[in-house]
Design a protein around this ligand. Structure first.
Ligand SMILES: Cc1ncc(COP(=O)(O)O)c(C=O)c1O
Length: 390
């Protein structure tokens, strides 16, 4: 089952005729794996792989499995996996050490004392910045997080709650990225999950860090004697998580599941870029309720991977989010707006005539096993209450 062969372009769906194994995945394997690094972090446990029968019935597939990232290392989204690994690698480099010399978070905590005072800075739509601030606090470092002007107070409070200084910029996510990048210096490390010319190493480490999600999924499937999924759906912001997805599934033995990337219609920068054949920056504001996906430009390091290895790119309107959130709640899964994006995409393929072709391209039917990555829980608790109350 694969979307190969389907080529659609109507602003809301785009499928690659022939996805390619992404050449840029040929990166050296680190001597400490993200999976083992995370497993030794305080409070670690693999997040659950849950079954979502109500969702499966509603969209007419055999099984929906959900990798539930609503509780990850003490936070409510997957982002801490990339942030912790990138902070670890950046600090090891900053200390002039090797991974073998500092092989764990505990060891890093001891060694980092000699680097203080040191600030970690990042720009964020919410979750990445909170994760960077959380890791900084665990390491006894300062953090300074830049956020867009329209960020809801609950998200700002959550970042401040981790001990960070928060600056609200007069502009959007891209403006926040620019401001945080300007702080780089001997006493300030920029830990960005997106990349730009000349700033590529840390965001590549963020992608590496997300690989833990997919390693855990394989472990859970294997432990339960369950087959690999036919289709895997991830939400896309700047494309770092999707790059980790592509990296994982293209390096596994065949058959490869069909890989689907979902963006909000108001922030479909990867879909638009793939359709244009080059990175484009959206000219309009990104206003989706899927706050973590409100990005105007794909990440430079994610781009060569994400533009080649995904089968189907879908842009989904916000209107599908409330039902997706409620269906997942019925299945016992707390999924915030970005977390529900994958199920929203399945609903859109069922209910939206314009996207029906995309569903047919994936050959979704009663026998299909679909895996959704629910990337966040109730990161905005008030919005979550409103969504699920309806
Ligand atoms: C909850 C959530 N899901 C998905 C994403 C998208 O990840 P990426 O920006 O790596 O594409 C983000 C990004 O911030 C997020 O916060």
């Amino acid at each position: 089952m694969s979307a190969s062969g389907l080529v659609a372009r109507d602003g809301s769906a785009f499928a690659l005729a022939q996805p390619n194994p992404p050449a840029s995945l040929d990166v050296p394997i680190p001597s400490v794996s993200p999976r083992s690094f995370h497993a030794a972090m305080p409070g670690y446990r693999a997040t659950p792989l849950r079954s979502a029968p109500a969702a499966a019935r509603r969209v007419g597939v055999g099984e929906v499995l959900v990798k539930d990232e609503s509780e990850r290392l003490g936070l409510t989204s997957f982002k801490v996996l990339g942030a912790s690994w990138a902070v670890y690698r950046a600090l090891v480099a900053h200390l002039g050490a090797t991974l073998e010399e500092i092989p764990s978070f505990q060891r890093l905590r001891a060694e980092v004392a000699r680097a203080r005072p040191l600030t970690l800075t990042a720009a964020t739509d919410g979750n990445h910045g909170r994760a960077v601030a959380h890791i900084a606090a665990l390491l006894g470092l300062d953090s300074h997080i830049y956020v867009p002007a329209d960020m809801v107070p609950a998200r700002i409070a959550a970042i401040e709650g981790e001990g960070a200084a928060v600056t609200v910029v007069d502009g959007g996510y891209e403006d926040a990225v620019e401001r945080s990048a300007g702080d780089a210096g001997p006493r300030c490390l920029v830990i960005s999950d997106t990349s730009w010319p000349g700033y590529e190493q840390v965001p590549a480490w963020v992608i590496e860090g997300y690989s833990t999600i997919f390693a855990e999924i394989d472990e859970a499937l294997e432990a339960g004697g369950r087959p690999q999924p036919d289709v895997v759906v991830v939400p896309i912001g700047v494309g770092a998580l999707a790059a980790a997805l592509v990296g994982h599934y293209w390096s596994r033995p065949a058959p490869r599941p069909a890989l689907v990337g979902v963006e909000p219609t108001s922030a479909a920068c990867v879909l638009e870029s793939v359709a244009a054949g080059r990175i484009v920056t959206l000219g309009h504001p990104q206003t989706s309720v899927m706050a973590g996906l409100n990005c105007a430009t794909p990440s430079l390091v994610a781009w060569p991977i994400v533009s080649r290895g995904i089968d189907l790119y879908l842009a989904v309107p916000d209107s599908f989010i409330p039902e997706a959130t409620r269906l997942l709640a019925r299945d016992g899964i707390v999924a915030g707006e970005c977390g529900a994006a994958g199920l929203a995409a399945l609903l859109a393929m069922v209910d939206d005539e314009g996207l029906a072709g995309a569903g047919e391209g994936l050959s979704l039917d009663q026998t299909s096993r679909v895996l959704l990555i629910s990337t966040e829980g109730a990161t905005d608790p008030e919005a979550y209450r409103r969504l699920t109350a309806g």
